[in-house]
Design a protein around this ligand. Sequence first.
Ligand SMILES: C[S@@+](CC[C@H](N)C(=O)[O-])C[C@H]1O[C@@H](n2cnc3c(N)ncnc32)[C@H](O)[C@@H]1O
Length: 221
Amino acid sequence: MSETHHQHDHVDAAGRDPHGQAYWDARYASRERIWSGEPNRQLVAEAASLPPRRALDVGCGEGADALWLAERGWRVTAVDVSEVALARAAARARELGHAVAGRVAWEQADAREWAPPVAAYELVSAQYLHFAPEVRPQVVRRLAAAVAPGGVLLYVGHDPSDLDVVPRPHPELLPAASEVGRLLDGEAWDVEVAEARPRPATHRGQELTLHDAVLRARRRG
Ligand SMILES: C[S@@+](CC[C@H](N)C(=O)[O-])C[C@H]1O[C@@H](n2cnc3c(N)ncnc32)[C@H](O)[C@@H]1O
């Protein structure tokens, strides 16, 4: 996701739930494209050296991450609450040809309620999917349960340390990586990375350094 200035989670003028389908369908439908089309830099950094197996991309948006993984040979399940985003992602996949398109299954689901299959993926990636503290523990634990033994859970979000630079209406949506890591069962997981990682960004036309909350945890085999 390299849109650098995010409209942020709030109930919109029409009163739509900012984590629901109506909000996100309207947001995607309002523009031909929202995100850059490039895979997220933290996914590339963390997954480029992993052997391609089965991946789950939750909150896949317009599909750049899922397609990057598929191009590298992963079989990907890509999930989003927005049908508009999924249709756009699937169209992009078709442009890339049968081999890539055939490796991605696009699925509509609301991650707040949806339980992915257990121990089914060597990589579960959630990039900039921010949830309220009340639902976050269940969502993170269900995503963690989907990771196969030896596999990786990758959580990337906006780090709360930038809130004074980029004010957000709902700071409670942005946990530090360590806070997300604490939701995992310490007996079953090794937290390999939990940090605020700098990245170059543009905010309101100004070049600056922002930080991503990056958690990479590996399920013990
Ligand atoms: C900030 S965007 C990030 C998109 C993509 N991961 C990227 O980095 O380009 C958040 C995405 O999560 C999706 N989303 C929001 N709430 C969701 C929910 N409850 N369940 C599943 N997806 C959701 C949105 O439709 C949107 O595509």
